[in-house]
Design a protein around this ligand. Structure first.
Ligand code: BTN
Length: 266
């Protein structure tokens, strides 16, 4: 697969977005693009910015997992952005990120759905993941990193290290032809920038229905794993803040992504 090329990625951004970006980096290898974006862009207040890598040695996943990140096959991207509103917008924003990524991937003819909060799946197998990390400033503003890992082509040997059901675009489309990683990376970047630019005005309201349309859990029995304890209930979707609504023993309970992980019951 062709190497990532910043000039090709840029062709997918509007002129306004190109001007908006204060910095970018595209490296062959890094520990984690999220860590690099936090250190290089957030800490120095050089935002908005984006970091791409061909491989990660310590790719981070949610819940302390690692993100398997072999060289030159997939997309590892971290977008750094400043939000004036503060951390309370983050839980719902992380769901909205899932929506815009799903839109981009479905425009490639995939049939992507979302599992709360923002797992991007095809038929129950994970295709992409999103990890938000933030630095809160004294002013209350938040410097946020939105990290996206997308499996474009995962070599079988590397896949042995993945500890969950997974898939990649090549397997889903049965073809390696007509897959342009640069174009895809550019479209994802543009979609996330568009989301971030407008989010403080629009909020989650304009993404909520779309998220529910992509959701695999609504109406389904789920298991919630919280500090080693498992609760079972019927998923009722999400509230306006992006928290999960679950009916447990006749009572509706609300769960936040930082506290629990969800499994669809077999
Ligand atoms: C998940 O577990 O679902 C989230 C995975 C996020 C992986 C991406 S790859 C680019 C960015 N850098 C990281 O270290 N993690 C995110």
């Amino acid at each position: 697969m062709a190497s990532l090329d910043w000039n090709v990625i840029l062709t997918q951004l509007s002129a306004e977005q190109t001007l908006q970006l204060k910095a970018y980096s595209l490296v062959k290898q890094v520990g984690s693009t999220n860590e690099m974006a936090l250190q290089e862009f957030c800490r120095k207040d050089n935002l908005p910015a984006v970091c791409f890598a061909e491989s990660q040695t310590h790719g981070r996943g949610r819940n302390g997992r690692c993100w398997v990140s072999p060289e030159s096959q997939n997309i590892y991207m971290s977008v750094a952005w400043r939000f004036k509103s503060g951390i309370e917008i983050l839980p719902a924003l992380s769901l909205a990120v899932g929506v815009v990524i799903a839109d981009v991937l479905n425009s490639y003819g995939l049939d992507v759905s979302l599992k709360w909060p923002n797992d991007i799946q095809v038929k129950g197998k994970k295709l992409a993941g999103v990890l938000l990390e933030s630095q809160v400033k004294v002013s209350g503003e938040v410097n946020l990193v939105i990290g996206v890992g997308l499996n474009v082509y995962m070599p079988d040997m590397d896949a042995l290290n993945i500890d969950q059901l997974w898939t990649d675009i090549v397997r889903e489309k049965n073809s390696i032809n007509d897959l342009d990683r640069n174009e895809m990376a550019g479209k994802l970047l543009s979609a996330i920038m568009c989301l971030c630019s407008g989010y403080e005005k629009t909020g989650f309201a304009s993404y909520r229905q779309k998220w529910l349309d992509y959701d695999v859990c609504s109406g389904v029995e789920v298991q919630l794993i919280e500090a080693g304890k498992i609760n079972t209930g019927q998923c009722l979707g999400i509230n306006e803040k992006g928290a999960l609504r679950v009916l447990i023993d006749g009572d509706e309970q609300i769960f936040y992504a930082a506290d629990v992980s969800v499994r669809v019951s077999a």
